[in-house]
Design a binder for this molecule. Structure first.
Ligand SMILES: *Cc1c(COP(=O)(O)O)cnc(C)c1O
Length: 426
């Protein structure tokens, strides 16, 4: 199936007389006729549902669709993108371990890694995604367990050289985890370039209507945990909290990672997606292919318009031929990148804030990737916890306006931007 077909068909095939839409199984528990049958589920010896903190049929159906779109071997939903990022790393790294991460990542993820997970005893080294091979090599330590980056960084719009980062990770016997939120699998499939695990904030384009916070983790099934067994004992040695099962033995290379994240992390942390939220996410997924193309088209037209605008100091959009990211974008994102354009308003920080107030169509919102256009000034909002030096290394200028192009008619959006730029310049 092509991607646009998978958006509608993957994960759920109703049989004769069954509902067209994915049923919302709004139930915490599931009934069994014998204690023994349920015992087998508890021991992960049989497949089935017993408690929705671990797994729920509606959530699994939607996860299967995302898995098919990414071309993975297994997937799970989480309550948010933050939970997905946390689980993806914590599933293979613990106290005393180390992770290499791109420095240009979402502000919330940076905080999760640099502050909260650091407090759990996991050390992160942040590298410029455009660093030299030597600098990238120097970031690894004997206790490194993973490499992390974003396909297109939010909000810096830096495109990760997935192949290069995957090669470096694999040379050190660890997986590359890629947050593919901005392009979605419609515009880029990181597994095709060597990434091993993909994470998503489904809150963004996948949902696409500002309706439901959510996340997803997808495993490619390509990383051979057993070949690096000494680095990943959680996957390759018996889990005493699960009656001594060994995930790689019982669930194979394609199933071990997601089964462990579900059976252990979801059991203990409970960051579960609700069936209602999964249903809403699935409605968004059905139109993802059509919407992504329109988001990208609108962003391309707006970026081109802004790039010659006298009241705009700079524009960053991977689709612009003059953009520093254009070459990598042409390789990894040949059909379009995303709907987010970053730019600087003449007059700096104050002018940027005034510009946003003058907009009549686009909302000011802590959100991107929505059918409704919205914009944000990261330096005073999402990234306000960062120092100027940290902002610089995250690729966020103080005058940066992040404009998320929605699905409105692009001529209306451009007219709105033009009047706001003129009003802000007065
Ligand atoms: C929003 C976002 C997140 C966090 O997702 P939530 O669903 O808000 O928890 C992670 N990564 C990227 C790239 C994001 O844009």
């Amino acid at each position: 199936m092509k991607q646009s077909t998978k958006c509608i068909r993957a994960g759920y095939s109703p049989q004769n007389g069954e509902p067209r839409q994915v049923p919302i199984i709004q139930s915490t528990t599931f009934r069994y006729e014998t204690g023994e049958a349920m015992g087998k589920l508890f021991d992960l010896e049989a497949e089935g549902y017993f408690y929705s903190r671990l797994q729920n049929p509606t959530c699994d159906t939607v996860a299967a669709k995302i898995c098919a779109l990414e071309g993975g071997s297994a997937a799970m939903l989480t309550s948010s993108g933050q939970a997905a990022s946390f689980f993806a790393i914590f599933n293979i790294a613990g106290v005393g371990d180390h992770v290499v991460s791109s420095s240009t990542i979402y502000g919330g993820t940076y905080n999760l890694f640099a502050v909260t997970m650091a407090r759990m005893g996991i050390e992160f080294t942040f590298v410029d995604p455009n660093c030299s091979d030597k600098e990238l090599e120097a970031a690894f330590k004997p206790n490194t367990k993973a490499v992390f980056g974003e396909t297109i960084a939010n909000p810096a719009l830096v495109v990760l050289d997935i192949e290069r980062f995957a090669k470096a990770a694999h040379a050190h016997g660890v997986p590359l985890i890629v947050d593919n939120t901005f392009p979605t699998p419609i515009m880029c499939r990181p597994f095709e370039w060597g990434a091993d695990i993909v994470t998503h904030s489904t809150t963004k384009y996948m949902d696409g209507h500002g309706s439901a916070v959510g996340g997803a983790i997808v495993d490619s099934g390509n990383f051979d945990w057993s070949a690096h067994a000494e680095k990943f004992p959680g996957l390759t040695t018996p889990d005493e909290s699960y009656h001594g099962i060994t995930y790689t033995e019982q669930f194979g290379q394609g199933g071990a990672f997601i089964t462990k994240a579900t059976a252990q992390l979801m059991r203990d942390f409970g960051a579960v997606a609700s069936p209602q939220a999964a249903y809403v996410l699935n409605l968004g997924l059905e139109s993802l292919d059509v919407r992504m193309r329109r988001h990208c088209e609108n962003a391309q037209a707006i970026a081109e318009h802004l790039s010659t605008h006298p009241l705009v100091s700079w524009v960053s959009f991977p689709g612009l031929p003059s953009d520093a990211e254009h070459e990598r974008a042409s390789k990894y994102l040949p059909d379009g990148s995303c709907g987010v354009v970053s730019f600087g308003v003449n007059g700096g920080r104050a002018a940027a804030e005034q510009f946003m107030c003058e907009l009549k169509i686009a909302h000011i919102a802590t959100h991107v990737a929505d059918a409704a256009s919205c914009c944000l000034h990261p330096a005073s909002t999402t990234h306000r916890q960062m120092s100027d030096a940290e902002l610089e290394s995250a690729g966020v200028k103080p005058d940066l306006v992040r404009f998320s192009c929605g699905l409105e008619d692009v001529s209306d959006l451009i007219a709105d931007i033009d009047q706001a730029l003129e009003a802000a310049a007065k």
